[in-house]
Design a protein around this ligand. Sequence first.
Ligand code: GLN
Ligand code: ZN
Length: 769
Amino acid sequence: MVVATNLGFPYVGAKRELKKLVESYWSAKTTEAELRQGVQEIQAKHWKLQQAQGLEHIPSGDYTLWDRVLDTAHQFGAIPARYQNISNPLDQYFAMGRGLQKPATETTPKVDVPAMEMKKWFDTNYHFTVPEFEIDQAFTLQNPRAVEQFKTAKALGIQTRPVIVGPVSFLKLGKPVKSGEQFDTLSLLPKVLPLYVELLKQLAEAGAEWVQIDEPVLIFDLDAETKLAFERAYKTLKAASSLKLLVAAYFGRVENNIYPLKDLVDGLHLDFVRAPQELEQVLPLIGENQVLSLGLVDGRNIWINNLEQSIQLAEKAVAALGKDRIFVGPSCSLAHSPFSTEFETKIEKANPELFSWLSFSVQKCKEIVTIAKALNEGRDAVKAELAANAAAVESRRTSPQTTNKEVRERVAQIPASAWKRASPFPVRREAQVKKLNLPLYPTTTIGSFPQTKEIRIARQKHNKGELSDADYDAFIKAQMKEVVDFQEKVGLDVLVHGEPERNDMVEHFGHLLYGYDFTQNGWVVSYGSRCVKPPVIFGDVSRRGPMTIDEIKYAQSLTSKPMKGMLTGPVTMMKWAFVRDDIPAKDLCAQVGLALRDEVDDLEAAGIPCIQVDEPAIREGLPIRRADWDAYLEWSVACFRLSTSGISDETQIHTHMCYSDFNDIFDAIVALDADVITIENSKSDEKLLKIFETKQYTNEIGPGLYDIHSPRVPSVEEMKKRFADMLKYIPDHLLWANPDCGLKTRQWPETEAALVNLVEVAKYFRSLK
Ligand code: GLN
Ligand code: ZN
């Protein structure tokens, strides 16, 4: 029979219970015993909930207090030297994840260790802890999480399927320690495998039957050596273990990366949401004794599954392999989707139609069960579920809420001329120089100024209705005036309004656009205990009306210096939201691009001479496979240009990116054709500037002069040195002076001191001319 399975569950909990627990432990309000007790209660609730949905393979070992890759490193003893003298294992674990600062006491010395590096988990917005390995790394097995959790569930009478991070992914996702010799982390495979054998043994002894081994690196472009490592690893594990091994890949296609696993393991889980086209190639590769686990329900989003479509795909697999060799499940762990729609009472009331299209993790479990039941017992056995789903799918397809005819027509008819500025940069520059009359090395900031407690309180009061619109408006105006006066006093050249009215660069605009909505409880983990609640894009996007004109116009009225309008770019507006999956990403991006274009045009008409369109998400949106990069960059760059090309030559377009490591997409950045780009730089060890040795950037550019993530005030001397470095690569007339990023997380005193110094640096270099 087809088995209904799950790969992982949103461990943070329905109401972010885990966050509260660990944060209380960190502030010493909860003891370790209380923390463990609390965590077991959450786990028990989650297992029972999944069981109640009808799932047969329920995961254990997917629960983590910080990150599953960190769990793996910690349990195998891959603990960097700087954490080794922290004696309590739990505190050591958290120190690795989030750093630890403790003053000395009478009996213990002072502790001050930073966290290990975090990196984005494939193309999700989750960040994992990057393991660090020594060239002669020794591994030990201590207190494996999967065994512990499996036993906890068992004691409750629930048979679970333990999940572990596989050996090849564990090593491949790690890095050699910085100070040591460079080596290929995969060379440690022979050392770590015996401990994996031991881990499987412990799971078998505890009574497990299947074990899910996550090997998401199977979706990378893999070299021959890594493929060999897969063969070697799973030959060893299979020979040594009586357990049934299910190797799981997700987030993309695997292509021929799975060849080495043919006939080696007992089952493969693949992501047929991201790569439905792979089913036909994969079926002949599944050996006679192997199970194929079909990832059919999208674990990355919030939308209902098209059950009929999933059943049809699964039927092809059943026809080829038989019911006994098929599992169905989510595409990946459900930890990337929010908990349950039951808490979305606002949407349920205000927009029942939209509510009927939503499916969070709990609902997704039910969808998986329904698909399995339809395959096992026929569609009639789940008639009501299928009918309700078909109706919701149909309403979503045809609803005026998702489809706005005018927007569709406008996108279909974008003239070729709208995708680029009317004149090439040198011509625009001449017009802008004349209009703006800026000094050499103009100074500016990236947009936001300190978001003080006062601002947050006013916003909260306004949201609660305790502060009237008029009073809030007056408050925001006063804030803008303070920021403008401050910039005048400091002597900056291109001013900003400071973004006091924005809580977040995406959510703020989401409220001003059609097609966006907001959940009450749609939290997903970003890293550790930190969760984000992305807006939802459910329909065609267009402006409700002008979005920023009043504020920017007011700010401009306060000064004779040029004011810079401030918008969030189309790619970032999409990437930092839950996006609809019923139209292609590039069409949605064009819709957002057009909405922004209208705003850019209005800003110009209101007399704003400079307009910045931030695109920090372009780099992070890059697809995993190289072969997919060009197509992505083509539409994402085109949509940025669409939003910024409706204006005359003399209006100056700025853009900003946070990621210093943009060398691999340099050509795309050139293709944005912004008049000025400001870019994070101060932490990049000149990596950013190095590219200019071989490639030329011909438009204006402001690599950040100081790091805004720290309260530290950069001295004039250190910024002078950085500026001199930049002048080695960038011609005088193209160089700007600015910080790395927005200043919203900083306090006023350090902001003032840093910007005074920055202006002094620009003046100093002008005086040399
Ligand atoms: N304009 C935004 C700010 O200054 C840019 C933020 C970002 O790049 N992440 O805050
Ligand atoms: Zn930034």
